[in-house]
Design a protein around this ligand. Structure first.
Ligand code: GTP
Ligand code: MG
Length: 197
């Protein structure tokens, strides 16, 4: 899919302040620092479109980016970063969960997990919550450039073992590297298919 245009539309502190639109949107969620904002820049070919940082907790509100004047990518704050403090953590948690449950044009949530790590409790619980809330989702394993392909595939297999404890069917999965620009066609192709359904 060609990304002909990608523009920042606005930031919202809660779902009620998000743009009013019938156009479909696709959101990125996951632990702080997992690479959500970097992935948006990689997918859109625009460095600096979404703000990134090596320090967790960079994205603090719901950010909408309009793509090709037809659909939106949405960058969300990360969950589960201990250093932001209990009150801030709960605020982000509520912001994210309300947005996911109440945004009518949200088509799919991409849950990002770091491909280097074993399944983390907080991610597994979040994925279970999405399932219980009947929200369509896919999983993206990020930062694949940080290790060998063999290691990444072994970690994905471990992850799937964990998921199979709860799920009869595995969700759609992608392996990406924003640094090496891999997994781009697959994620964009998936969005395109959803959009044309
Ligand atoms: P919050 O907004 O804090 O929730 O973080 P985020 O999930 O948006 O992460 P962000 O995109 O800001 O990236 C965090 C750090 O990881 C930055 O230093 C990025 O350069 C780095 N990073 C992100 N994706 C990749 C990747 O694919 N490979 C490598 N090597 N580094 C990455
Ligand atoms: Mg971010």
């Amino acid at each position: 899919m060609d990304i002909k245009s990608a523009t920042f539309v606005g930031s919202a502190a809660d779902y009620k302040k998000c743009p009013e639109t019938p156009l479909p949107e696709y959101a990125f969620i996951g632990r702080s620092n997992v690479g959500k904002s970097s992935l948006i820049n990689m997918l859109t070919n625009r460095n600096g479109l979404a703000k990134t940082s090596s320090t967790p907790g960079k994205t603090q509100v719901i950010n909408h980016f309009m793509i090709n004047n037809q659909w939106y990518l949405v960058d969300l704050p990360g969950y589960g970063w201990a250093k932001v403090g209990q009150a801030q953590r709960e605020k982000f948690n509520l912001m994210i969960r309300e947005y996911i449950q109440k945004r009518p044009n949200l088509q799919c949530v991409f849950v990002l997990v770091d491909s280097r790590h074993e399944p983390q409790k907080i991610d597994v619980e979040f994925i279970e919550w999405l399932g219980n809330a009947q929200i369509p989702f896919a999983i993206i394993f990020t930062k694949a450039d940080k290790q060998t392909k063999t290691r990444t595939l072994a970690n994905v297999a471990t992850y799937n073992k964990q998921l199979k404890k709860t799920w009869a069917e595995l969700p759609q999965e992608f392996i990406t590297s924003s640094d090496e620009r891999t997994g781009r066609d697959e994620v964009l192709g998936y969005i395109e298919n959803l959009r044309l359904q």
